[in-house]
Design a protein around this ligand. Sequence first.
Ligand code: SF4
Length: 702
Amino acid sequence: MRPAPIRTTCAYCGVGCGVLASARDGRVRVKGDPVHPANFGKLCGKGQALGETVSAKDRLSYPLIKGERASWERALDHIAGRFLHIRETHGPDAIAFYLSGQLLTEDYYAANKLMKGFIGSGNVDTNSRLCMSSAVAGHRRAFGEDVVPGVYEDFEETDLLVLAGANAAWCHPVLFQRFEAAREKRGSRLIVIDPRKTATAQAADLHLPLKPGSDVALFNGLFRFLCEEGAADESFIARSTADFEKLLPLLGARETELAHVAARCGLEENLVRQFFTSVLENERWVTGFSQGINQSSRGTDKVNAIINCHLLTGRIGRPGMGPFSITGQPNAMGGREVGGLANQLAAHLSFEPEAVEKVGRFWNAPSMAERGGLKAVDLFEAVHEGKVKALWIMATNPAVSLPDAERVRAALEKCELVIVSDCMASSDTLSYADVALPAEGWGEKDGTVTNSERRISRQRRLQAAPGEARPDWWALTQVARRMGFGAAFPYESPADIFREHAALSGFENKGERLFDISAYADISDAGYDAMTPFLWPVRKGDKGKAAAGGRLFADGKFAHEDGRARFLFLEDAPPVHGANDDFPLLLNTGRLRDQWHSMTRTGAVPRLMSHVKEPMLYCHPEDMAAFGLSPKGLAEAATRWGRGLFRVAADGGLRRGEIFIPIHWTRHMSAAGTVGALVNPVTDPHSGQPEFKHTPMRVTPV
Ligand code: SF4
């Protein structure tokens, strides 16, 4: 008899689709899980190909020290010994971890605890910094906690979906399909705000191809328009918000007049009016936003400009309404829950003295970090400056994916101790590893992930990993024990870690923090194995069920101490670096439909590779003529930070003066250009998220 398929979760985007998978005769077969509440049986092209990516080929199968095979014992002793020595000699901040939204929550928890409670530094950051940290900062400012108020049903129950900086048709396909299916029945409208005419924009009723970086101006204009049209929900504002008066200057400002907004955003006035009127006329209105909003030197302000409009109208926390951050990675949300960002502590706590004391007591930690650590771009700068001397990188490829990536490579080259945990035998970042540790990959590891709507699901093991690959939480636990912290790291399984994480979420939490999964603090191993997807919060006594359809703020109470959400006055300002005579074009970056990150997994599937086969540079046809580029010809792209070679293609859906380059290719795979080397390292002052969507550049034909 064939064994029953195993229920697990997709390895890719933040939609977090449930997958039914079976491993047989050396092959893994997958299909959508019909009962998973994120996808109800649907999978996109990437998800359908998951089974073809689970392979023992090209895997890192055993630890390496300086490129030579080593036993786990030796590698772990080496790491623990060097960490102790570096901490003793240079202090705890000379050690750092750089993690990934591909890790499971249990991996993240162990890393965060080791660094922030026992090594004694806040230096744990993650590639999720590049993906959604502006949404985190915006949520914290407005709501008092990093929470997404809505659930996926809101996309189906809305009359107006505004997608701002989100190419959901390609990047979050199953969620977009859910909206499209409901749209057909309900007749909902779709408005897309994006400088590019993406696949999502092509499906829209209205597309606003706004000038990059002008989103704050657009939403400030919407705020004024809604006020003038009497759409402000005065009772909600009085009952549930604070600081409304700070936005009063917007109401009379010339900059927020419709004609000025249109001119600032590079849009026809008629398009802006249609957008504003649609919002006015549709009470059920969701704004979904993603990297086009977040990856910006004004990302946090953009997030809050959106939230301001929802707070103004009280359209939040109710069916079919609200601002909705659509996360990029499968477990960016799980990482946020356990302190995977340098400015968070654990369980949605930040570094206030009482929180440090509380977590330190819960962990019985000897060396609590008392302040946040370095955020991604600053972290690698500190490595470059020699301040961080030991860096453990897990499940990510910063030599490719960070901005100003040549400087990141130089930093890794100089760093005293680079440890890289990865499934694959080679990558751009692995080539800098002093110690390489073989990690379990999707289909081999066991744990939990959280998707964009706060739903926690299990990723489950389908088959054993090749060679000596081990889970990341295990490697972290082993290092912690060798550093003398064994009593606090007794974990023998991911279930042990999950129970502790769940208990910490409810520890001395009388409801002031929404993130609370303490109902799972005593879950048995069998219960963990059988866990079905659930939305948080689920407090002890909730019997595993989230309240009120899973929506937050339905009662008009927010997580700030006074229970009120905050309006923020946001000044419109252009991106830090504008086009100039030397670099007259603007580089925008993003994903392709069929690829994921630096393609270690999706690049192995021929049918996914057939969509776009090589590193491309997309350019408006009139700009191609102006710059002497020919279709399918080669062009050198250059910015102040780097250069690279790309194949040229025409794209009439771009604004004049703008270039689009997909993020996926690496130097390891191709002699051509990598986009990270071109991108400027400017970051948002609140979130630290880099400005991936706006770098001045030039192109020359080759
Ligand atoms: Fe996986 Fe995202 Fe596709 Fe769902 S939509 S199958 S989570 S890549």
